[in-house]
Design a protein around this ligand. Structure first.
Ligand code: DUT
Ligand code: MG
Length: 611
């Protein structure tokens, strides 16, 4: 409870400080939260480490007191021991000064270590939370969020938040306390000299303010430029084949050059602020010192000050101006931390979660699937499936054919709930799919997707997806069944062959085979194949065909195919067009119908020979 009080106290101080730094050009907040709300939320994440937080705050206070103590000791040394020529006392006070220095250094080490430790722990927790949240978001979130954005949120933005803890909050408090204590010590020693020193204070405050505002703007543009650079590079590297095939290197190079120029300009602007600010501060500090020595010397002559005090005040001046200079930087760090925190919280607050309220554990299905007047759109009212009504009896194999973009893949996207449907209901074995526990539902639906994705890692890991319950034997068995065992055995390292990112070191057909094995090892009760063999050669396709016949014999299956040869034995064939089923029946009845299916069939098989 004490910790909470302490935190509240800090927030209070901050409210005042931050309110003074508000400006109109602040980047718009995604969550609409104020700085204090963001800070409170961030500090909430430090909750488990409140001991460390309090300790670092205590250390900050101790250091703020110890700092000004040293110049004070110098003053005593000069006035009480050097001028009166007290050698014995001089040795003692030197030893005390040394002890203070050692203690201060040790405390500073502890302070730096703890604040960084704290920052790293908070950021680690927060990062895990962001990732955990991100992998639970609906696919529609990823459809509209660039990959780069999600990466930036979990990596760069969190790094920036780290600096709120390591260079932000506590350090600013420490600096403010240092300034307060230094001025108190100065006033206590000699108020006339103090006032002389503070004459230059408004000047330095103004310079700091100008610097802070300027650097903030340039920081923001640097960050924007970095993000642009990242996005550009990432996309070009992924699409390198297209760039090179269409000899677009020169044009891409020019574009890259333009972005780089902007990046350079933004950086140079921030460098400019630094290079002007530090000399200016240097000049003001020197002026303040000159004033101090000038008036101080006169005061010494009039016995209003001592030489020791002047020596101490020169040290005080440095102690006063250094934290001031740093404060400007730290406020920017804090501001950037808030901007980053705001973005990260925006992700965390995103409620586009997969609605996972189903409680019922999905059993090994018999496999009766009913699509009951389904209406579905990826984007509002832009119907991809319209009033779709299907009744697939348990154990049957249904095929779906139709033009590109007809909605075939969408049909299965909604079956395992990648996307929510707008109207109607889908049920399996008589229970709406929304009532099943999502994970158990998906485990029962084996799916070979149209676009195969492999992760970097071994072939084995790509098949099991790190599920330790699947043994190497099971994997090999499934691979043999699909006729993929031979090709895997020819890879260096066989099942431990390292697949590069996105499966770059394998052919498309080989990748399809691996994703096929992936679907099989889970022994699902419903099997869905979306163009699963579109890229393998005819011979391999026949082997798979044979395997598939065994597989589908004991479970409900939906097979999407462009090559009609693979689906002729299906119990029922649906011909889809523009989100609707336009024909349905088995191969023979559909041919008799002399409709869309017949036309497709003739196009593929009985093309008149080209003369
Ligand atoms: N669509 C989207 N967002 C997606 C996927 C598809 O808007 O994430 C649209 C594009 C298309 C329609 O839905 O107009 C149907 O796409 P689907 O992928 O279902 O088509 P398909 O029948 O599987 O086509 P293909 O044979 O090319 O795989
Ligand atoms: Mg498709």
């Amino acid at each position: 409870m004490k910790a909470e009080k302490g935190v509240r106290c800090f927030i209070h101080i901050f409210k005042a400080v931050l309110a003074s730094g508000k400006d109109k050009n602040k980047p718009s907040r995604l969550t609409g939260s104020s700085d204090t709300a963001l800070l409170r939320r961030l500090l909430g994440y430090a909750g488990p480490y409140r001991k460390q937080f309090i300790l670092s705050a205590l250390l900050a206070i101790l250091l703020a007191i110890l700092g000004p103590l040293r110049p004070y000791l110098v003053q005593l040394t000069v006035d009480r021991y050097i001028f009166p020529k007290d050698l014995h006392g001089l040795i003692i006070i030197s030893l005390i000064s040394l002890a203070v220095l050692v203690v201060e250094s040790y405390l500073r080490y502890q302070f730096l270590y703890i604040t960084n430790w704290l920052g790293q722990h908070v950021v680690r927790n927060l990062r895990m939370r962001v990732f955990n949240h991100t992998i639970r978001l609906r696919l529609s979130y990823f459809d509209k969020t660039p990959v780069g954005t999600s990466t930036t949120r979990t990596i760069n933005d969190l790094e920036t938040i780290n600096s709120v803890f390591t260079e932000g909050i506590i350090q600013i408090i420490a600096d403010l306390l240092t300034i307060i204590f230094v001025i108190s010590f100065m006033l206590y020693s000699n108020w006339r000299l103090t006032l002389i020193c503070l004459i230059s204070f408004p000047l330095i405050l103004y310079a700091t303010y100008v610097f802070k505002e300027g650097i903030k703007k340039t920081y923001q543009s640097v960050r924007t430029q970095v993000a642009l650079l990242n996005a550009f590079l990432q996309e070009r590297i992924t699409g390198m084949k297209v760039v090179q095939a269409f000899t677009a290197e020169e044009r891409e190079y020019k574009k890259f050059q333009a972005i780089n120029n902007e990046h350079r300009k933004a950086n140079i602007r921030s460098v400019w602020y630094y290079s002007i600010f530090f000399p200016v501060v240097e000049i003001i500090t020197s002026l303040a010192m000159a004033l101090l020595v000038w008036y101080g010397a006169k005061d010494v002559m009039r016995d209003l000050a001592t030489v020791g005090q002047i020596t101490a005040f020169i040290l005080y001046l440095n102690m006063l101006f250094r934290p001031l200079r740093m404060l400007a930087d730290k406020f920017n760090t804090l501001q950037m931390g808030f901007v980053a925190a705001d973005r990260v919280f925006h992700v965390l607050d995103n409620r586009e979660m997969i609605d996972d309220t189903g409680k019922q554990e999905a059993p090994h299905f018999k496999g009766e699937i009913v699509f009951d007047h389904i209406w579905f759109a990826y984007r509002e009212e832009d119907w991809v499936l319209q009033d779709l009504h299907l009744h697939i009896p348990a154990g049957e194999t249904w095929a779906v054919v139709g033009a590109t973009g007809a909605g075939k893949s969408s049909l299965i996207n909604i079956l395992n709930r990648f996307y929510p449907i707008q109207k109607g209901q889908i049920s399996i074995d008589g229970t709406p799919i929304t009532e099943y526990d999502l994970r158990s539902l998906r485990r029962q639906i084996g799916m070979v997707q149209q676009d195969v994705f492999l992760f970097s890692g071994s072939v084995h890991e790509n098949i099991t997806l790190h599920n330790e319950h699947i043994s190497r034997e099971q994997v090999i068995e499934a691979a043999k069944m699909l006729g993929a065992h031979e090709f895997i055995m020819q890879l260096p390292g066989n099942y431990d062959y390292q697949v590069m990112e996105r499966g770059a070191t394998l052919s498309l057909g080989q990748r399809q085979l691996i994703s096929f094995i992936r679907a099989l090892v889970y022994d699902p009760s419903i099997l869905i194949l979306d163009e699963a063999t579109s890229s393998v050669d005819v011979e391999t396709e026949q082997i798979i065909q044979h395997a598939v016949e065994n597989l589908i014999a004991k479970r409900t299956s939906i097979i999407i195919a462009h090559r009609l040869s693979t689906i002729q034995h299906a119990d029922n064939i649906l011909v889809m067009d523009k989100g609707k089923v336009v024909e349905s029946g088995n191969h023979v009845t559909l041919l008799e119908k002399d409709g869309a299916y017949k036309r497709l069939y003739e196009l593929q098989f009985s093309q008149p020979a080209v003369p």
